[in-house]
Design a protein around this ligand. Structure first.
Ligand SMILES: [Zn+2]
Ligand SMILES: [Zn+2]
Length: 282
C-alpha cells in the first residue's frame, strides 16, 4: 500500500492482502486505485474478497483497477456471481503491458508502467510526484505588487517586467519548489538491465528477490531474481534505498537474502509484512 499525501494506492492484491490490511489497521476503504502487476495468483487472488468486503462496508466511490486487459475477463464473472448488489462501480482500466505508458495522473502524482521480464506479461509501476510551481518571493510581491495573472505566470517560470520596462529574471524573484519524490515497484521479473534507465535515481525501489545467488539458475529459469541481482539493479540505477521482497518460502532466515543484497547495495531493507517505510529524498 502506498500512501501519497493521504491518497491510498494498493499495488498487487494477493490472497492475504485483506487480512494484513485489517491486522495492521490500514483504512482500506480509502483505496481508490489498485495496480496489478501481472495475472499470477499471488498478485491478484485477493481482489474478489477485498471488493466484496468493500461492498459490505457500503462503499459508494468507484474502485479503479489498472491491469492487463485479461483481468476483466476473469474477475467480471466473479463479480456478476458473488457481488450482484455491489453499491459501487468497479472500473477496469486496462493497459498494454508491453510498453511503458502513463496510466494514472492527478494533480500531485503520476504513475507509469515499467515493462518487466516474467513468464507472463508483467509490469512494474513508477510513482512520481509532479513538480510544484515555483515559490514567489514575498519581498518581490510587496515591492512590485504584481497582478494575480502575473503571479501565476511567474510561478510557472515567467520573468517580470516592471512598469518602466525593466525585466527581472524569474530566478531572482522565485525560489525552487520542493524536490519531487519517486517510488518504483518491480515484481516479478528476471534480472533485466532494461529497466535501469527508467528507474534511474528513484528515492525508493522495491525489487523482488525470490532467491539467493546460489539459485541463480533456478531464478533465470522461473523468471525471478536473486537478492544479489536486485541489489545490482539498485546500484546501477543509483536509487536511494532498496526494499527487497517476494521471498521464496524456502528461506526461513531472510537475513541470508538481506546480507547478500547488502554486499552490493548497502541501503537495503527487507519488505516484511507490516513494516512501514517513509519515502525520503535520496
Ligand atoms: Zn509471477
Ligand atoms: Zn509472484
Amino acid at each position: 500500500m502506498l500512501n501519497a499525501s493521504e491518497r491510498f494506492f494498493l499495488i498487487d492484491c494477493g490472497e492475504g492482502t485483506q487480512k494484513q490490511l485489517r491486522v495492521h489497521k490500514i483504512r482500506f476503504t480509502k483505496i481508490e486505485h489498485v495496480f496489478i502487476s501481472h495475472l499470477h495468483g499471488d498478485h491478484c487472488f485477493g481482489l474478489i474478497g477485498l471488493i466484496s468486503s468493500l461492498g459490505l462496508l457500503g462503499r459508494k466511490a468507484a474502485l479503479h483497477i489498472h491491469s492487463h486487459p485479461d483481468l476483466e475477463k476473469i474477475l467480471q464473472p466473479q463479480l456478476d456471481f458473488f457481488c450482484k448488489e455491489l453499491p459501487f462501480e468497479v472500473k477496469f482500466e486496462p493497459f498494454n503491458p508491453k510498453e511503458s505508458t502513463v496510466i494514472y495522473s492527478d494533480k500531485n502524482l503520476e504513475v507509469e508502467t515499467i515493462p518487466l521480464r516474467h513468464r507472463v506479461p508483467t509490469v512494474g509501476f513508477l510513482f512520481k510526484e509532479k513538480p510544484e510551481d515555483r515559490k514567489v518571493k514575498k519581498e518581490f510581491v510587496f515591492i512590485h505588487q504584481p497582478s494575480i495573472r502575473e503571479i501565476l505566470d511567474i510561478k510557472k517560470g515567467a520573468d517580470y517586467h516592471t512598469k518602466d520596462g525593466i525585466r527581472i529574471p524569474n530566478a531572482q524573484i522565485t525560489n525552487n519548489p520542493p524536490p519531487i519524490r519517486s517510488y518504483a515497484f518491480c515484481t516479478d521479473t528476471k534480472y533485466t538491465e532494461g529497466i535501469v534507465d527508467q528507474i534511474k535515481n528513484v528515492d525508493v525501489l522495491y525489487h523482488e528477490a525470490t532467491f539467493s545467488k546460489d539459485m541463480a539458475a533456478l531464478a533465470k529459469k522461473t523468471y525471478h531474481s536473486t537478492a544479489e541481482q536486485a541489489a545490482t539493479i539498485a546500484r546501477k540505477a543509483e536509487v536511494g534505498e532498496l526494499l527487497i521482497g517476494h521471498f521464496s518460502s524456502r528461506y526461513k532466515d531472510l537475513n541470508v537474502l538481506l546480507n547478500e543484497a547488502k554486499t552490493v547495495f548497502s541501503n537495503t531493507s527487507l519488505a516484511e509484512e507490516g513494516r512501514v517505510f517513509n519515502i525520503l529524498l535520496k
